[in-house]
Every structure is written in structure tokens, then in C-alpha cells.
Design a protein around this ligand. Structure first.
Ligand code: BV8
Length: 236
């Protein structure tokens, strides 16, 4: 296992917990999104088939809400790491918000999609989108009224998995921030990292479902545990 000093390539996985202190609901915490809506009613292709209005209203509500929120100290610290880290870095986020990028991070991969795109299922083009979809607007590219949120629903293949696994194979350190370890394949990355002999660190408010798989866990709010870790790794 690499000592802190000989860490060159880092993969960071983030989840809803990194955006919680920006006022964006998490999924499983008390009052989280999944308490208000059944996953199978709003985040599956079958749900969209069955009741597109319910699904589009759910994502219009979240797309609107996210644009009122701002990056927090954890997003800013990871953006600083991105600016100053000379080695390899991939920030893999399960979040569909753009707070990593608004904080200035660039080496970000949205494995579950992004709120700020609409995806046309007629011509397969993804267009930047900040408005609503409930009124079934025309695709800016082909004019068809076949736009859906550009997010990965349950049962759908996450985005850019080959790049993510390639980065895990090159990594010296895997850091998981603000995720419960409940959703796969993201929840399996720590075990992939273990199998590859990669050092693993968890930064989370509380122990997650995968805590046992990490070499080290530090618990606390992201805005309090992420900045000191970034200072440490940049100083190493
Ligand atoms: C797939 C986009 C085929 C939409 C999302 C293996 C075993 C069992 C099941 C499966 C399996 N493989 C696949 C499955 C099925 C399924 C799955 O995992 N089901 C679960 C529920 C059992 N997975 C899939 O369907 C995936 N697709 O498998 O395709 C495939 C794949 C690969 C290779 C071949 C084939 C697709 C899953 C993606 C679904 N889309 N999001 C949208 O956002 O609406 S998932 C969504 O929920 C998020 O993106 C995220 O992934 C997940 C929520 O988890 P977290 O982000 O961790 O949030 P959560 O609220 O749970 O936890 C917050 C954490 O933060 C907590 O630990 C808390 O303590 C902490 N916290 C809170 N506040 C703070 C904090 N930490 C720090 N600071 C704070 N302030």
C-alpha cells in the first residue's frame, strides 16, 4: 500500500453527502428524497413509461432547486486539489448537481448523469437545459418532443464506466466522500480498489454500508473533514 508521499494518482468518489451542506437533499437520510418519493415511481425507465408527468415534475423540481444552491467548503477544497495536484485525479460523482464544476473542479465524471442536460431519445443528442421538461418541449436538434432528464435511472448502465475502471487500475489512492454505499456499481468501487492494492479512505458523516472495506475512515461533515484532508495530501 502506497505511503502518503508516493501517491501519484487519486480517484475520488462523491455522493449526496458532499452537497448536503449546500442544502441539497440527500436520498436516504431522514427526510431524504427517497422518503418523499418511491425510487421505482420516479427514477426508473419503467416509471417514465408509466407516468412521464410524475417523473418530469420530480426532475424539474430538483433542477430548479439545484440552481439556487452554491458550492460549499468541501466542493471548494476538491476544486483546489484539482488545480494544484500534478498527479492523476478523477472526481467521480454520483451527484447530478454541478456544484463541483461551479467550485472550479474540472476533472469531474458524472457517472449518473447531470441535471443540466436534456437527452433526446429520438436523435440521442444531449442539450444544455436549465428550464423544465414537463411541457414536453421540442429537442433543439431534431425538433422531436422526446426529451428526458440526462440522468442514469435504476437498471440503466452508468456513464463512462470504462474510464472509471481504467482510473481505478492506475490509482494509488481511492477516497469516498459523502456516500452511503447503497447503490451499485459505485458502492463496489472500494472493493475493486482493495483487489487492486489501492489505498482506500472514507470521509463521511457516519459509517457507511461499505466502511469495513476502507483502510481508514474519518467521520464528520464534509465541510470539516475534506479541507484538512486536501491540505494534508497537497503537503505530502
Ligand atoms: C446498473 C441518478 C447495470 C438519478 C441514481 C448489485 C447488488 C444489488 C443491486 C444492484 C447491483 N448492481 C446493480 C444493482 C441495482 C441498482 C442498485 O444498486 N440498487 C440498490 C438500491 C440496491 N443499481 C443500478 O440500477 C445501477 N445500474 O446496475 O446497471 C450494470 C451496471 C454496471 C455494469 C453492468 C451493468 C444504476 C444506479 C444509478 C441510479 N441513479 N441517481 C437521480 O439522482 O435521481 S442513484 C442515486 O442514489 C445517486 O446518484 C446515488 O448513487 C444514490 C444515493 O446514494 P448517496 O449519494 O450515497 O446518498 P445517500 O443519501 O444514500 O447517502 C448520503 C451519505 O452521505 C450518507 O452516508 C450520509 O451519512 C452522508 N452524509 C450526509 N450528510 C453529510 C454526509 N457526509 C458528509 N457530510 C455531510 N454533511
Amino acid at each position: 500500500m502506497a505511503a502518503m508521499t508516493d501517491i501519484r494518482n487519486i480517484v475520488v468518489l462523491t455522493g449526496a453527502g458532499v452537497s448536503a451542506e449546500s442544502g441539497i437533499d440527500t436520498f436516504r437520510d431522514a427526510g431524504g428524497l427517497w422518503e418523499q418519493h418511491r425510487v421505482e415511481d420516479v427514477a426508473t425507465p419503467e416509471a417514465f413509461e408509466r407516468d412521464p408527468e410524475l417523473v418530469l415534475r420530480f426532475y424539474d423540481m430538483r433542477r430548479e432547486a439545484i440552481q439556487q444552491k452554491h458550492p460549499n467548503a468541501a466542493h471548494e477544497a476538491l476544486a483546489r486539489l484539482d488545480r494544484e495536484w500534478e498527479g492523476g485525479l478523477m472526481i467521480v460523482t454520483q451527484n447530478v448537481d454541478d456544484l463541483h464544476e461551479r467550485a472550479g473542479a474540472r476533472r469531474v465524471v458524472h457517472m449518473h448523469g447531470t441535471h443540466l442536460n436534456a437527452w433526446c431519445t429520438a436523435c440521442d443528442v444531449r442539450s444544455p437545459w436549465t428550464g423544465t421538461l414537463i411541457e414536453r418541449p421540442a429537442c433543439p436538434d431534431c425538433g422531436e418532443r422526446s426529451l428526458r432528464p440526462d440522468v442514469v435511472w435504476f437498471g440503466e448502465m452508468p456513464y463512462r464506466m470504462d474510464e472509471i475502471f481504467a482510473a481505478l487500475r492506475e490509482a494509488d489512492l481511492f477516497v469516498s466522500i459523502g456516500t452511503s454505499g447503497a447503490v451499485y456499481p459505485a458502492a463496489g468501487f472500494v472493493r475493486n480498489a482493495n483487489d487492486l492494492g489501492v489505498r482506500t479512505l472514507e470521509l463521511n458523516l457516519e459509517p457507511s454500508q461499505g466502511s469495513a472495506w476502507f483502510d481508514e475512515s474519518r467521520h464528520g461533515p464534509a465541510t470539516q473533514v475534506v479541507p484538512p484532508w486536501v491540505d494534508e495530501i497537497l503537503a505530502a
